[in-house]
Design a protein around this ligand. Sequence first.
Ligand code: NDP
Length: 253
Amino acid sequence: MTMFDLDGKTALVTGSSRGLGRAFAEGLALAGARVVLNGMDTKRLEQAAGELRAAGHDVLTAAFDVTDEAAVVAAFERFDGEGIAIDILVNNAGIQFRRPMLDLQLADWQRVIDTNLTAAFICGREAARRMVVRKSGKVINIGSLTSELARATVAPYTVAKGGIKMLTKAMAAEWAADNVQANAIGPGYMLTDMNEALIADEGFDAWVKSRTPARRWGRPEELQGTLVYLASQASDYVNGQIIYADGGMISVL
Ligand code: NDP
């Protein structure tokens, strides 16, 4: 199906040294894109890049902190200087911090909001400034089930992911006329490092399995199809949407 073909496209996936970001990068590469991996830990980044290259994919790396505006601006200027046009941006980098709100320090609140929400604005703005000129581009933001529903102990994460849903609509409102599509994916409970403690917790594991109609956690590669759809020509008239890929969890009580 050529409408899903990403040949000739370049994608930047933030936070792609591991976890969902790494699977997103692989999925885009499998559809034909050149991918730029990003993270802060350069060793982990180079290892991921090496593994994807060994599998035959065209991979570049760009280490920077997505919350550092100057670093993001500098990275996009470097791309310009090297003739690299980012056709697809996946705002995936994220962190979790669990603490009841009564005990939550402002600095921890701010760090989670900066990484999970503000960084998507900064990276999105830099990418879209170039996309609107080229009259072509795809921005895919990574939300969560907490884009819709709250859960105790993760207030800043919930607020950031709720914000991601509305940031996606705001991007669509401003950039759609220039043929830039902004959409989001809301993954359910996935098997990644971020959830290591939850996966190991028997009670939580049982809760995820009973609460999810599919009766299991999701595997990162199961999000690749949704991402490729949103990154490709197949979704050119889809704008401001968040697609939940969650084994059905958000649809049931
Ligand atoms: P991981 O903790 O496994 O990976 C996080 C990635 O983000 C790493 O590559 C890390 O890089 C990078 N990162 C973190 N902070 C920064 C930063 N400031 N600048 C650049 N890179 C950074 O997380 P997941 O793969 O589980 O999560 C990825 C995204 O998916 C997040 O937005 C998360 O909220 C979302 N999500 C995850 C779900 C899940 O069940 N796992 C469910 C729903 C949403 P480094 O190695 O350098 O630290």
